[in-house]
Write a protein that binds this ligand. Structure first.
Ligand SMILES: [Zn+2]
Length: 124
């Protein structure tokens, strides 16, 4: 018997879909990656599944709860992303060994040491 489970989330790739399914499972909500096997065998999921990897509610009674929970999930994730990008980051200079603090916007970039002006890799 085949049934169309309601799609509650479209993940960018199979890894994100798994995170979503696990996250819902922790909250007692049954969800599954649609066409799990097919999705797992796609070499390039974005092309094979142009609309994303579909995560489906496996329990119709929980579909609304799942959608509400996923709004929270996305909010949390966005908040984490924002906090990470704006939080100051400390980098240690290999030349003088002193630490300098940089704004989050320059994560992953090369800046100048505030003490000796040498190039310094700001961590991600
Ligand atoms: Zn330095």
């Amino acid at each position: 018997m085949s049934q169309d489970w309601p799609v509650i989330y479209r993940a960018f790739d199979i890894a994100e879909a798994d995170i979503v399914v696990n996250w819902l499972a922790e909250r007692g909500i049954e969800a599954a990656v649609k066409d799990r096997f097919a999705a797992g065998t796609f070499e390039v999921p974005q092309i094979a599944a142009p609309y994303g990897i579909e995560v489906c509610s496996m329990n119709p009674a929980q579909t609304d709860d799942a959608r509400i929970a996923l709004v929270e999930f996305q909010k949390n994730r966005d908040a984490q992303t924002d906090a990470k990008s704006t939080e100051p980051v400390v980098a240690e200079c290999e030349e003088c060994g002193k630490s300098s603090s940089y704004p989050g916007e320059v994560r992953g970039r090369v800046e100048n040491c505030k003490h000796c002006d040498a190039y310094i890799d700001v961590p991600e």
